[in-house]
Design a protein around this ligand. Sequence first.
Ligand code: ZZB
Length: 260
Amino acid sequence: QEYTALKLKVKEWAPEAGEAIKGKVPEGADVFFVPATLRPETMYGQTCCFVGPKITYGVFKVSDKEFYIITDRAARNMAYQGIFPQNGVYEKVAELIGSSCVGTVVIAPLSVHEDGVRILPMESVLPTKGTGVVSCVPSDSPDDFATVTDLAKKAEYYGIKREWAELEIIPIISTPSYGDLTAPFLVKKLKISSPKDTKQLEEAKELAYKEGYYQGTMVFGEFKGDKVEVAKPKVRQQLLDAGEGFAYSEPEKKVVSRSG
Ligand code: ZZB
């Protein structure tokens, strides 16, 4: 899997996380949450960034001025992809539990929400996939839409401010079958009422991927009017050229026999 890893720079720390990294990251250095995405063309619509509340993240040193927040597993993979200065070496300067990061404000490249978006909790983030950090695009990802809806509804339970989960959802891609807000459309159509409806969410994701990729047209951004197939590599290249993202590959998964 070839992902685009995106650099979301911390603008303001949640108190607990800020305390935890104090003295471990040099004053004035930039720290980035680094989600891995397969949909760079949707990054205009980022409304937050998810971490698994129970996942432990490392703060890894890229240079004296740059640090990445990702799982240990992702750091190990990146160490063999030329992302850290020395091949095979990744230096961890601190650890953070996901829940301590909730509320942190980050600047998400290309997002219409230029003043920043919040780090929010998502129970279904897998520690074994990507970087363990996920960019939230509720217009085009059914999982993300179901999660932000739930977070807003139960803000108090999650210990967040409701408005953190209610940033405006803008249309990015239009498709013939689902209109210009694919994820909200599919969540409604498949009667998905919570992030726990995993079976329907899996189906919604498949449908959204297929329709978005083969039938989608950009309705926002520099490549407005282009087919998604055409815009995707262009947006990706822009992010890479701007130094706001980098290529990240997952090693091949072991094949698991279905019969056990
Ligand atoms: C932004 C985005 C916008 C994504 C979209 C999807 C969609 P897949 O398809 O199962 O291979 N993701 C990345 N890492 C994790 C993780 N550790 N745990 C849970 N989810 C993760 O997964 C790739 C997508 O799953 C990634 O692309 C990321 O969300 C999420 F409009 O990034 B995506 C229809 C999907 N649309």
